[in-house]
Design a protein around this ligand. Structure first.
Ligand code: ATP
Length: 231
C-alpha cells in the first residue's frame, strides 16, 4: 500500500501541502476530493516525484519514495495519469502507448490486451495522431499508457475533467475493472463528488493544503463534502 505521512510541499515561500497523511491500500480505490487550488495535484506531484516534498515521508510497499526520481518511481510500480492528460499530439495512439515502455525491461514491452478491451476506441484509432483524439479519447489513451507500465498503483489527476458523461462512465468502469482484476491500488483526486462517491472505497476531503475529513465512501457526509467543494 501507499503511505503518505505528514507531507509538506512548498512552491517557494507558498505552502501547498500541510502535514498531509493518506493511505491507499492495494485492491481499493481511494479518492481525494477538493475544489480548485486546494493542493490535490501537488499531492500527486509529491507521490510521483514531479516536485520534492519539504517534510514527511512517502512509502510504497515499504520502500521510501522520497528523493527517488520519477522514472524510478514508475519502475517501482507508480503509474501516473496527469491532469490535462499530456498526450503527445504528433505521435500516433500506438506510439503514445509505447512511451509507457520506458520503465519496462525489453521482454515486458507489450501493450496489454486489457487496454483495447477497456477502451476499444484506441484500437480503432491506433494509427491516428494523439492530437486528433477528443478530450475523452485522450483521457482513455492516458489511462492506457499508464496501464502499459504495469503499475501496482495507478494515480489519476481529475480523470473526469472536461469529459462527456458517457465517457466518464467508461472511465469509471475501467477503474473498477483494474481494481478488481489486478488488485492494484488506485488513487484519484477529483472535484466531481458523485463520481467519487460511486467509485471510491475510501474518501479524503482536502481544503487549503490539509486533509479535513476522511471516511469510507458509503458513509461519506455529502453535505460536509459539498461544503468543502463549494468556493
Ligand atoms: N508551480 C507552482 N508554483 C507556485 N504555486 C503553485 C504551483 N503549482 C501550484 N501552485 C499553487 O499551489 C496551490 C495548490 O495547487 P494544486 O495545483 O496542487 O491544486 P489542485 O487542488 O490540484 O487544483 P486544480 O484542480 O486547479 O489543479 C495553489 O494555490 C496553486 O496556486
Amino acid at each position: 500500500m501507499l503511505n503518505v505521512e505528514n507531507v509538506n510541499l512548498h512552491y517557494g515561500a507558498a505552502q501547498a501541502l500541510r502535514g498531509v497523511s493518506i493511505t491507499a491500500p492495494m485492491g481499493k480505490i481511494t479518492c481525494v476530493l477538493g475544489r480548485n487550488g486546494v493542493g490535490k495535484s501537488s499531492l500527486l506531484r509529491a507521490i510521483t516525484g514531479q516536485h520534492p516534498v519539504s517534510g514527511g515521508e512517502i512509502r510504497f510497499e515499504d520502500k521510501v519514495l522520497n528523493g527517488m526520481a520519477p522514472f524510478n518511481r514508475a519502475r517501482h510500480g507508480v503509474g501516473y495519469v496527469p491532469q490535462g492528460r499530456e498526450i503527445f499530439p504528433l505521435l500516433t495512439v500506438k506510439e503514445n502507448l509505447e512511451t509507457g515502455y520506458a520503465p519496462l525491461s525489453r521482454k515486458e514491452r507489450s501493450i496489454p490486451d486489457d487496454v483495447f478491451s477497456l477502451f476499444p476506441v484506441l484500437a480503432t484509432m491506433i494509427s491516428r495522431r494523439g492530437g486528433d483524439l477528443s478530450g475523452g479519447q485522450q483521457q482513455q489513451l492516458a489511462i492506457g499508457r499508464a496501464m502499459v507500465t504495469r503499475p501496482k498503483i495507478l494515480v489519476l489527476d481529475e480523470p473526469t475533467e472536461g469529459i462527456q458523461p458517457s465517457i466518464i462512465k467508461d472511465i469509471g468502469r475501467a477503474i473498477r475493472y483494474l481494481r478488481d482484476s489486478t488488485g492494484m491500488a488506485i488513487l484519484l483526486v477529483e472535484q466531481y463528488l458523485d463520481f467519487c462517491r460511486e467509485l471510491a472505497d475510501h474518501v479524503y476531503i482536502m481544503d487549503r493544503g490539509e486533509i479535513v475529513h476522511e471516511g469510507p465512501a458509503e458513509v461519506l457526509d455529502t453535505e460536509e463534502a459539498r461544503r468543502h467543494l463549494t468556493v
